[in-house]
Write a protein that binds this ligand. Structure first.
Ligand code: KIV
Ligand code: ZN
Length: 384
């Protein structure tokens, strides 16, 4: 099986997070970092939505050379035209057209019958395909759509020129088993599916964004849409770093991987966090500051004996550094190693005394820093 393509939508769906408003320079900086990270496709924005978005998509499309750039468009000629104006100078012009396919969206939002939805989707994809060599069609709210109807619209849009079909879990409603079955069903029941790549796009309303993305890969998806730090509408999108590392660490299970340069993940995450003013929770998988910290004595002791006892991802893999904080749960073994690292050369008895002073201090303080340990050594006359 080939690699899964990573489609990053930090600059489009991610920017739709409440409270985020990236300026032009910040968007360009993020796009350059995404290129360095090895993202296959960057969704740079929604050109018809504002003059600012149009300009940043255009500038990103002309300056980024190693990732393919795309822009979002509703199924409307004016949106497709705006996208073409913004993207025509890119190395590989690509458009992302969408239209909702669930009963609730068709009836209340679009006020269209299913027949009219198929007609409009086909018309938009045909129009887009006259300009763009790569057209992606998204069936918005696919996870709440009727599967027979979905199969029909997928077949029709592939015939109209779509080379990527995205099946979003727009409101984060799907469960992993359902999502993998949805992809399996389309792979088996859409007669011309071999002419397109199936893509997955998951929101995190029930905390399933990453699980659903990986389940879709099991079901046949070959493109995954996600954002750095999982930012996005409401509870956010599936997080890129977790998907890329998940596929890497469990390549034995998924039998595939990505083009992501994993050692750029920490840096990319920090940049997006800073520009969006959205702090990364300490316990966030892969990029949180506690992700590689082992505090309990049992864990620290195990780590000193063999790292794989408690570490499935090394900090180096994702461009992070490890930090083992010493605190009240730390044991003698970790303490002794830390003291050696700090240059302690005393006797076993002196080390024992220092360990008792350390435990007393750790009871009062959550984390004992290196400076605290130097102070303890000085108090005990161990610095001479
Ligand atoms: O969540 C969603 O359905 C979207 C589409 C525009 C792909 O973001
Ligand atoms: Zn979305």
């Amino acid at each position: 099986m080939g690699k899964v393509k990573i489609f990053d939508t930090t600059l489009r769906d991610g920017e739709q997070s409440p409270g985020i408003n990236l300026n032009h320079k910040e968007k360009l900086d993020i796009a350059f970092q995404l290129e360095r990270l090895g993202v296959d496709i960057i969704e740079a924005g929604f050109p018809a939505s504002s003059q600012g978005d149009f300009q940043s998509v255009k500038d990103i499309a002309t300056q980024i050379k190693n990732s393919s750039i795309t822009g979002l468009a509703r199924s409307k000629k004016e949106d497709i035209d705006a996208c073409w104006e913004a993207l025509k100078q890119s190395a590989e012009p690509r458009i992302h057209v969408f239209l909702a396919t669930s009963p609730i969206h068709m009836q209340y939002k679009l006020k269209l019958t299913p027949e009219q939805v198929v007609e409009r989707a086909v018309e938009s994809v045909k129009y887009a395909a006259k300009k763009f060599p790569y057209v992606q069609f998204s069936a918005e709210d696919a996870s709440r759509s009727d599967w027979t109807f979905l199969a029909r619209i997928i077949e029709a849009t592939i015939d109209a020129g779509a080379s990527v079909i995205n099946l979003p879990d727009t409101v984060g409603y799907g469960m992993p088993k359902e999502i993998s079955e949805l992809f399996e069903y389309m792979t088996k029941n859409v007669p011309n599916i071999d002419r397109a790549i199936l893509s997955t796009h998951n929101h995190d309303d029930l905390g399933m964004g990453v699980a659903n993305s990986l389940a879709a890969v099991q079901g046949g998806a070959r493109q995954v849409e996600c954002t750095i730090n999982g930012i996005g509408e409401r509870a956010g999108n599936a997080s890129l770093e977790e998907i890329a590392v998940g596929l890497h660490i469990r390549s034995d299970f998924y039998k595939t991987g990505t083009n992501i340069q994993l050692n750029e993940l920490k840096r990319t995450s920090a940049l997006v966090s800073r520009y969006t003013s959205m702090p990364i929770p300490k316990n966030k998988a892969v990029v949180g500051s506690n992700a590689f910290a082992h505090e309990s004595g049992i864990h620290q002791d195990g780590m000193l004996k063999h790292k794989e006892t408690y570490e499935i991802i090394t900090p180096e893999l994702v461009g992070a550094t490890s930090s083992n904080p010493l605190g009240k749960h730390s044991g003698r073994h970790a303490f002794q190693e830390k003291m050696k690292e700090l240059g302690f050369k005393g006797t076993a008895d002196e080390l024992n005394q220092l360990f008792q002073s350390f435990k007393t201090l750790a009871d009062k303080k959550k984390t004992v820093t290196e400076d605290d340990l130097y102070a303890l050594m000085i108090d005990q006359g161990e610095d001479e």
